[in-house]
Design a binder for this molecule. Structure first.
Ligand code: CMP
Length: 143
């Protein structure tokens, strides 16, 4: 079963959107297999965003994601990596369509509420950056 790493960013936690975001993912049919409210260390943030290290906004990115608690999650389901990104909406809020999480709730690209892994390779790296294997549950049957 495919797994992905999704994270409600500090803006989403502070705006009280954790429940709304979890509801949308559950309603789609995905299964939550790991979750925790946590504050990310600078080292963890720099690792998470290492592909953006040369971008002019890298410093802002790390400062923002470490500025308050995030809600880190692992979800599983068929095509969960691609389909959860569809539910999230485009990164640039100007392109995020109504009906998506970002399209409905985000005003700024730098504060776009949610992060989601963009490939199976990233999902493995990101899950391992935030969760220990024993923090994930397994379901005994699929429904
Ligand atoms: P995320 O999916 O967490 O991955 C990288 C993040 O960089 C992205 O979401 C945006 O929040 C952020 N980002 C992308 N472009 C910009 C930008 N031009 N200025 C600030 N942040 C950006």
């Amino acid at each position: 079963m495919e797994k992905t790493f999704l994270m409600v960013k500090p803006d989403g936690v502070q705006r009280g959107l954790v429940g709304e975001i979890v509801k949308r993912l559950e309603s789609k049919g995905f299964q939550l297999v790991g979750a925790k409210l946590m504050t990310i260390s600078k080292e963890q943030a720099e690792k998470h965003y290492s592909e953006h290290v040369s971008k002019p906004f890298f410093g802002e990115l790390v400062d923002f994601i470490t500025s308050g608690p995030v809600f880190a999650m692992v979800w599983q389901g068929d095509q969960v990596i691609t389909l959860s990104r569809t539910l999230m909406g485009k990164t640039n809020v100007l392109d995020a369509q109504p009906g998506t999480i970002r399209g409905d709730f985000a005003l700024h690209t730098g504060m776009n509420l949610i992060h989601g892994s963009d490939s199976p390779e990233s999902a493995v790296i990101e899950i391992n950056n935030f969760f220990k294997p024993e923090e994930l549950v397994t379901y005994t049957r699929d429904i």
